[in-house]
Design a protein around this ligand. Structure first.
Ligand code: SF4
Length: 338
């Protein structure tokens, strides 16, 4: 049970985020028709969809230019034939998640920090996702009201930060999410909760009054790392949601993945940094692609990434330049690419 929080007027705080999620587009044909795209590649799209299902909320689909195959948002969510190709070096667990397991759904890779895979559910399915083959059904920490997870984290006083990841932790119900948060917040050695989420960008309706009330009431430092790859993802509604999270006590950071055809240009990343900062969010990491099976078509040469970074440093204030990093399985920190 969530304790210590009263909802005075439920009708004022109810919202329709679950309805928005239920209405999300879940099959290629519907998306292609919705976006007025030619149907000639539908069969190939279906094959990729069978491997990693398409899921996109309508408000995200509405930001995609109709009839445009090259739209940077479309490329992030549309299954394409390239995903079905087997390419050497692209594997199911490139970041070593499975070797880092402390208990079901609890990972530790870096000193002082543990990560909880809170759910396998997301509000959108990103085609480049590094966890698309993660065995969510086996690594389910929610059993017994998170008890085993809490015990593991309590037992290690060297931990100072817990990262709630997934899937997307913000798709959990308020009850489940904040029950976990409140239990973690009472552990004396845990000073910070960090949330890795794409929800504020792809389903901002989720950050409603109830959510904010619970979030604000957490007596612990809160870091929210959102995930946006292109400035077109951040409209006024998303931006206002980001500001609201800051008002509720969050330190707000963004991580992006450098993706061919999406944001592999100086201009795209420069625009993204400016828009993020306008909405009180600092660029944090720019990840080189995690080499998960079916994503080779998104990869770009490291030399090109370094060139883009050099140009960004020339154009932007230092605090607007994200760190270019790669996650290497087994390393004790992200590897900075310089
Ligand atoms: S929201 Fe995050 S976890 Fe979910 S599919 Fe996208 S990248 Fe993967």
């Amino acid at each position: 049970m969530i304790t210590g929080i009263r909802i005075k007027n439920k009708s004022l705080t109810q919202n329709n985020w679950q309805q928005c999620l239920a209405q999300a587009i879940r099959d290629p044909e519907t998306l292609i028709n919705y976006l007025e795209l030619p149907t000639e590649n539908l069969q190939k799209t279906r094959q990729a969809h069978e491997k990693h299902k398409l899921l996109v909320p309508l408000n995200y689909a509405d930001k995609i230019k109709k009839g445009c195959w090259d739209d940077p948002l479309l490329k992030q969510i549309l299954p394409i034939e390239d995903e079905t190709f087997v390419v050497k070096g692209y594997i199911s667990d490139p970041v070593g998640d499975l070797d880092a397991s402390l208990s079901p759904g609890v990972l530790q890779k870096y000193q002082g920090r543990a990560l909880i895979v809170t759910t396998g559910v997301c509000a959108i399915h990103c085609r480049y996702c590094f966890r698309q083959e993660f065995p969510y059904s086996e690594a389910n920490p929610i059993k017994n009201n998170w008890q085993q997870t809490i015990d593991v984290i309590k037992s290690d006083s060297s931990l100072y930060e817990v990262i709630l990841s997934g899937g997307d932790p913000f798709v959990l119900s308020d009850q489940r999410l904040f029950s976990l948060c409140q239990q973690l917040a009472t552990i004396p050695h845990i000073k910070t909760l960090r949330f890795h989420t794409r929800i504020p960008v792809v389903l901002p309706q989720r950050i409603n009054m109830n959510f904010l009330k619970y979030f604000r009431s957490l007596k612990i430092k809160k870091v929210v790392v959102i995930h946006a790859n292109h400035a077109n993802e951040i409209d006024t509604e998303v931006g206002n949601t980001l500001r609201t999270l800051v008002s509720a006590g969050a330190t707000l950071l963004n991580q992006s993945v450098l993706l061919k055809g999406v944001n592999d240009s100086v201009e795209a990343l420069e625009n993204l940094s400016h828009v993020l900062f306008h909405y009180k969010t600092l660029p944090y990491y720019l990840h080189l692609l995690d080499k998960v099976s079916g994503t080779a078509h998104f990869d770009i040469p490291q030399q090109k990434a370094l060139f883009i970074m050099e140009q960004l440093r020339n154009r932007l204030s230092g605090y607007l330049v994200p760190k270019l990093v790669r996650e290497v399985s087994g390393k004790r920190s992200k590897v900075a690419i310089v």
